[in-house]
Design a protein. Structure first.
Length: 291
């Protein structure tokens, strides 16, 4: 089995101070979108996207980083025909309880009738990459969600947060340190857009991330549509031009960006904290006080 050089997470950390060139970021981002586009063409939703589940291969003849998506342990088929064809029962009761997958032919028939919607529990992994649909309400929240989720649309949302981190060199929602504030931040498009407009370098980058980061799953664009859009030369030129600009609110030395990413990664979400950091936009602070 081939051994890859490092995870995308490690690769991004290595470039905190000396940022990746806009062209190299574009090269990585297009590969990310292609990986999900190809997966979704096969009706496979990954359901666990993060910078830790992308591997980087640096040992190439062209010296360009190659990206590989790994860890399909939570993946599902969301097309009824594919689900029927590839279904395998498991005797692992713990996996069945956590993942809610069908274990009998009768359960499979019922499961397929609901596709592409899936029953699910709150997702406690990589919280900054989860939409409001799957974010837990607390660190003890393991209840079955009262609605079905669209796993392909959840992939798109998670991919948007990874692309955000690749563009900015900082984890998404970097000024947020508790679960309650994160939930309030991502529960409306207005709140999301407020932050995007504060940190992104230009209108094309904002428009790009809005294709992924929408509260309503139906408002998120498909990986295929996004890939077609970003492969247009005029779009790539506009994005690269914006990515050459200094990051908003970040000193050009990169020291603040480096420290912010390390702190957010080391303490991703302090779930029980009631404090609100100063970096949270005023519109979100106001909403929290009204609760």
């Amino acid at each position: 089995m081939k051994r890859y050089s490092m995870t995308l997470d490690t690769y991004l950390q290595l470039h905190l101070r000396r940022r990746l060139s806009p062209q190299k970021r574009m090269h990585l981002i297009i590969q990310m979108i292609q990986s999900i586009q190809e997966s979704h063409q096969l009706s496979i939703a990954h359901r666990d996207l993060s910078t830790l589940n992308y591997m980087i291969d640096l040992e190439n003849k062209d010296n360009e980083p190659r990206l590989y998506l790994i860890d399909f342990g939570k993946a599902v088929f969301y097309d009824p025909q594919a689900a029927m064809e590839w279904w395998v029962a498991t005797e692992d009761d713990r996996l069945r309880e956590l993942d809610l997958r069908p274990q009998t032919k009768e359960e499979l028939d019922e499961w397929c009738e609901k596709l592409p919607g899936l029953p699910a529990r709150s997702n406690h992994g990589y919280l900054r990459s989860r939409s409001i649909q799957t974010l837990p309400r607390s660190n003890k929240d393991t209840d079955l969600l009262p609605y079905l989720i669209n796993p392909a649309a959840e992939d798109i949302y998670s991919l948007g947060t990874i692309i955000w981190e690749t563009i900015q060199g900082m984890v998404p929602w970097a000024g947020i340190s508790d679960l309650e504030t994160l939930r309030v931040t991502v529960d409306t498009d207005l709140n999301i857009d407020t932050i995007l407009e504060k940190i992104m370098s230009g209108p094309t980058s904002i428009r790009f991330l809005k294709m992924f980061l929408r509260v309503n799953a139906d408002d998120r664009r498909s990986a295929n549509d996004i890939l077609i859009w970003i492969q247009q030369p005029e779009v790539q030129n506009a994005l690269i031009k914006e990515w050459k600009l200094p990051r908003k609110g970040i000193r050009r030395s990169g020291r603040i960006a480096a420290n912010s990413r390390r702190k957010a990664t080391a303490n991703p979400i302090a779930r029980n904290s009631k404090g609100i950091t100063k970096k949270v936009p005023a519109v979100i602070k106001k909403k929290l006080k009204m609760k």
